[in-house]
Design a protein around this ligand. Structure first.
Ligand code: ATR
Length: 269
């Protein structure tokens, strides 16, 4: 049995085991693979990496707070992980541990699935943390015109200069015209009022929130009421997982059953 794991601290609420195990079952791969979660403290990362090298573990998803600190323990990074500066999954190739990042492609594929092609589109990204970085680099590479807005302006400016785009404070939004708006901040996880004045939204704008719990943040609710196309955070969660699934197993992931499992699980909470 090949064992896959999600690793983080905390890890209790990770939806990855549910999502990957239904996918494995659907493709009748559950006799070969099993997906579990592991609470790993930072000081335990060395031992964890050894269990990947020894084959005790077959692959892993990496979540907070280990996405950056795991890097020096790996043999190689993919170009995506290198440029994003963080690892969200690990696989073994010819005995080498490879760190990769599927967050950006997960966001891109969630947009594509909703019929949104970002090339030449004006995309505003709220937030300048790790998720913003992954998304900004990936969408820029796919031809989007990005503007990064963040509460702490210096962080917006610094990330923007890395990505090669513009960066401002959140206030700038009212001066901008844009096609797609993506929230990567934590605002909305606890039912906070959205950072976006609903009057700035109209039906020609696509609004995506990468928060998946709650499934409908206040931003998504406001956007729906303004007639926008909306994409909730389940899309990116499932698509980043699907990319990892393909790398580990070699099979295309069954997106719909994964989504259903995630949504059912979130509704239970
Ligand atoms: P992640 O890795 O998930 O992207 P992060 O790196 O902790 O998370 O980033 C959190 C983002 O949410 C940051 O852009 C942060 O803004 P600051 O850089 O100014 O801290 C944003 N954020 C958190 N609390 C916020 C608040 N109350 N108002 C506006 N933005 C907030």
């Amino acid at each position: 049995m090949k064992k896959l794991v999600s690793v983080g601290d905390p890890i209790e609420h990770s939806l990855s085991p549910v999502m990957h195990n239904v996918a494995l079952k659907k493709l009748e791969l559950d006799k070969d693979y099993f997906y579990d979660k592991l609470l790993i403290k930072s000081y335990e990362l060395g031992n964890f990496v050894e269990s990947l090298k020894s084959g005790e573990l077959f692959g892993a998803s990496i979540t907070a707070p280990h996405k950056v600190e795991i890097i020096p323990l790996l043999d190689n990074l993919t170009p995506e992980a290198e440029i994003i500066g963080a690892v969200n999954m690990i696989y073994l190739e010819d005995g080498s541990l490879i760190g990769h990042n599927t967050d950006g492609i997960g966001c891109l594929n969630a947009l594509k699935e909703s019929g949104v092609d970002v090339s030449s589109k004006k995309v505003v990204i709220l937030g300048a943390g790790g998720a913003s970085r992954a998304i900004a680099f990936t969408l820029k590479k796919n031809g989007a015109n990005i503007v990064i807005l963040n509460r702490t302006i210096e962080k917006a400016e610094s990330l923007a200069s890395n990505v090669g785009c513009e960066g401002y404070g959140l206030d700038k939004l009212k001066e901008l015209e844009f096609d797609v708006l993506i929230n990567t901040t934590t605002i909305g996880m606890n039912d906070e009022k959205s950072l976006v004045d609903p009057n700035l939204l109209n039906p020609s704008i696509v609004v995506m929130d990468i928060i998946y719990n709650p499934i409908k943040t206040n931003l998504i609710k406001d956007a729906e009421s303004k007639g926008c196309k909306t994409i909730n955070g389940v899309g990116m969660l499932v698509h980043q997982g699907a990319e990892s699934f393909k790398i580990w197993t070699g099979y295309d992931a069954p997106i719909e059953v994964m989504k259903e499992a995630v949504v059912n699980n979130l509704n239970k909470k």
